[in-house]
Design a protein around this ligand. Structure first.
Ligand code: NAD
Length: 293
């Protein structure tokens, strides 16, 4: 008995990296997995690996950053398994540059794949669950697991397109969590760290560890996603986790830090007079980049 027996899942960008491991883990827990990736050869290889291990999978190779591709990946799950239970939004790309050097194509490509891709798939998945609820089905349990990034939570220089999209995805996770809760759907996000094609240049000095636990193995991310997809996490909603190696960090979003109040409307002089009271020693809002690995 797997934790996901009888469930149908979609993993976008599942041809390689973190998505591949997520697809393998969901299938190992019994889910029928739609392995989506624009790279058809990689998607087919993941389907073969799942089937070789005794699991069930279908390849789907449309671009999920298009409206039609997102509609079709949800339809593929319904076609294969009768319904959609789990959507893992994972597909992603990088087009890094400093804001003053970034061109329009770099901005548009990253916003399209991450922000629109997450939204479009969630839109059609949400429609699917809402239609089932409106048709009178009871006991629906749906899952969306989004993929954010610490770049978006902390604001990494050189990735303004990617950080904006990933911060948007963290925010979208809360909105979707509120909107879909009444249909039995929970929505959470992970911000992973792993050695993949996407990070191979920055992690070039960190190879696999043949002697012990490989902290940067993308397979380390997958059990947390499988658990978020499982019945045991039905009461977990709107959360963002940083996931790395053997650690799960529960994050906390924008928080009230301090308040000042005046009589009537503020003047510039009054703000200057109260500046230290408002900011204390936090005059800049540039947090340290993440926390130690
Ligand atoms: N690797 C990390 O440390 C890290 C850190 C933070 C966030 N992430 C996020 O994790 C996710 C997976 O990244 P990865 O590191 O495994 O990268 P990866 O490049 O290894 O894999 C991404 C996959 O997505 C596919 N893809 C890209 N655009 C697509 C589209 N429009 N439709 C369908 N498939 C598409 C690619 O073909 C590729 O196979 C991404 O959202 C990424 O931003 C990764």
């Amino acid at each position: 008995m797997g934790a996901l027996d009888g469930k149908t899942a979609v993993v976008t960008g599942a041809g390689r990296g973190i998505g591949r491991e997520e697809a393998l883990a969901l299938a190992a827990e019994g889910a029928l997995v739609v392995v989506n990736d624009v790279d058809a050869a990689e998607a087919a290889a993941v389907v073969a690996a799942i089937e070789g291990a005794g699991g069930r999978a279908r390849a789907h190779t449309d671009d999920v950053a298009t409206w039609a591709g997102a509609e079709s990946v949800v339809a593929a799950a319904v076609d294969a398994g009768g319904q959609l239970d789990i959507l893992v939004n994972n597909a992603g790309i990088l087009r890094d540059a400093m804001s003053f050097s970034m061109d329009e194509a770099q901005w548009d490509a990253v916003i399209q794949v991450h922000l629109k891709g997450h939204f479009a798939c969630s839109h059609f998945a949400g429609m699917h669950w809402r239609e089932r609820a409106k048709a009178g089905e009871e006991g629906i349990t749906g899952r969306i697991i989004n993929t954010a990034s610490e770049s978006g939570l902390y604001g990494l220089a050189g990735q303004i397109n990617y950080a904006a999209a990933k911060a948007g995805i963290a925010s979208m996770t809360v909105v979707l969590g509120r909107e879909l809760k009444k249909y039995g759907v929970t929505v959470n996000a992970i911000a992973p760290r792993a050695r993949t094609r996407m990070t191979e240049t920055v992690l070039s000095g960190i190879g696999p560890n043949p002697d012990g636990f490989d902290e940067w193995d993308p397979a380390n991310i997958a059990p947390i996603v499988a658990w978020l997809a499982s019945p045991d996490s039905q009461d977990i909603n709107g959360q963002v986790f940083v996931v790395f190696a053997n650690r799960v960090h529960l994050m906390h979003g924008w928080d009230l830090h301090n308040t000042i109040e005046t009589d009537g409307r503020w003047t510039l002089d009054a703000l200057t007079a109260r500046k230290d009271e408002l900011f204390g020693d936090r005059k800049h809002g540039l947090p340290p980049m993440g926390f130690g690995s």
